[in-house]
Design a protein around this ligand. Sequence first.
Ligand code: PEP
Length: 254
Amino acid sequence: MKRKTLIAGNWKMNGLLEDGTALAKAVALEAKKRGSQGCEFLVCPPFTLLTSVKKALRGSKVGLGAQDCHVAASGAHTGDISPQMLKDLGCSYVIVGHSERRADHHETSALVCQKAESAHQAGLKVIICVGETESERDSGKTLAVCQKQIKESVPQDATAENTVIAYEPVWAIGTGKTPTVADVAEVHGAIRAEISKKFGKAVAAKMRILYGGSVKPSNAPQLLSLEDVDGGLVGGASLKAADFMGIADAVCQK
Ligand code: PEP
C-alpha cells in the first residue's frame, strides 16, 4: 500500500513576524525548486504567524497547519482558537495531543479525541500525537501506552484521509535522543495494528503514521524509510529551511 509521505514542521512557540515569514518563504522556495518529490509538505507555525505564513507560502505546494485548537466552534473561551477560525485562515491541518500540550495543559486523551472530532467537523485534517515518556519506556510499557492513547484519542469519525497519527516518544523530543530503528518499527507496527482493530484493515493500510522526535537530515534516512513510517513530524529541525528540506531530500523519492 503506497501512502504519500508527509513531512510536517512543528515550529512550536518560535518565530516573530520577520523571521517567521522569512522561514516560510525559504521553505516555499526550496519546495518549489524540488517539485513535490512525491511528498506532501506542511508547516505549523504559531497562531500569530498563520496569516503571514499563508501569504509567504502562496504559489507553493507547502500546506499550512496549526498546533492546537479548542473543541468548540466559538463562544466564551478566552484565549482559545477554534477549528473554524483555523479553517477560515487557510489551515488544512491541525496538530492535536502533542505531548507538550498533554503535559503543560494537562490535556487528556478524551479531550484530544474531542478536539480531533471538532477539527474534522470544521473540515480540517488532524495530526494526532501519541508517545511514551522515558519512565514508561524503561518500565516496558511503551506499546501499552501508545495503544491506549490511540484507542482513546482517535475519534470514531477518523478516516485515512482526515487523520494522520504521529508517534513521538516524549523523551526523544528536543533531546537529540532517538529510539532504535527496531523500536520505531515495532511501535509503528503496533499503532497500525491498533488502528486496524478500531477501524478495519483497509483504513489501517491507508492511514499515515509519522515518526517525530529529534529527526534531522542525518538520521532521517534510517528513521523515516521504514515500512510503517510515512514521514516525519519535525520540531527543532523545521526552524531551518535547509534542515527541513534536507529531511525531505533524504526520504522523498525524486
Ligand atoms: C515535536 O515537537 O513534534 C518534535 C518532534 O520536536 P523535535 O524534532 O525538536 O524533537
